[in-house]
Design a protein around this ligand. Sequence first.
Ligand code: GA4
Length: 337
Amino acid sequence: MVVPTPAPRARPEKIQAVELPVIDLSRRYEAPGLIVAACETHGFFKVINHGVPQEIIAPVEEQSLRFFNKPSSEKLKAGPMNPFGYGSKNIGFNGDIGEVEYLLLGANPNLFDISQRAKNISDDDPAKFSYEVSEYITAVRDLACDILEMMAEGLSLANASAFSEIIRAVDGDSVLRLNYYPRTGCAGDPRSPVLFRNKRREGVSAVGFGEHSDPQMLTVLRSNGVDGLQISLEDGVWIPVPSDPSAFWVNVGDTLQAMTNGRFMSVRHRAVTNPHESRMSMVYFAAPPLHAQIMSPPEMVTPQRPALYRPFTWAEYKSTTYSLRLGDTRLNLFKTA
Ligand code: GA4
């Protein structure tokens, strides 16, 4: 007799409102300390007075909206996602899916020719698309580097560029991701990985981009005024991140967790769809060059705090990431014995 294996029970989920750290970057003298504290407790914080002008942000938001509102047959011309291009529902290459459409673009102009790709994204004015997106990438890269320098200052590192220099490298591997989460309406798509009734407002939410940590060093995210991002500091407990289109949300990635010898926390997060409005986010992932050695600056390793991770290259970490599923914890595989 074949005894059926009971289906695994879904983990009960809890939504918990928590106040998240907000850093005013115009208060330069106090920002480094506050950023370090936020990275240790949440791995996540909001930056205000960040200096990226609205004139650089708005055109990219308009371009994204125009692209995602095109018919599917048009959008497919910008794909397939390998490793850059347009994707719909499929995330990565190992069967992960979500209620999301996206454009993944290389964010290093030395390695990725955005003007070539723009021809398949914006048929009305590809030169404008590539100019506006490049301006945005430069602005968020500079913001990411400023924040990384404040982190080094807050940690009292001798080398203030210890983290930012690998992001500024000529062969850096950073990427830009434009995400579109269509509203789920009331019925929802029954093929969605997880569908749940939205408790506060009538309607159905689905998982747009499932639980994961970011493999890179630092993530700089900006979304339209629609909620959907959530972070998790405790297994099964989700903290909603209120959207604020005038600010950026910043999170620590796995590589920065490794470079701070585990002092900063690479936060797990996900995006859920909104029943009433579509959500859009523009996410810059600051990454080192493929050959870069990921190891902590000397001050981060002490007899009291021995090295938690073995040195590895970004190429090694990236290929491990792509060999696993979205929600897998990868950094543990790089721990010292
Ligand atoms: C998560 C962070 C970035 O969006 C990304 C994602 C990548 C992809 O969508 O192709 C991954 C995901 C992300 C982590 C695990 C692997 C790789 C999908 C996936 C299943 C571009 C990245 O660098 O890692």
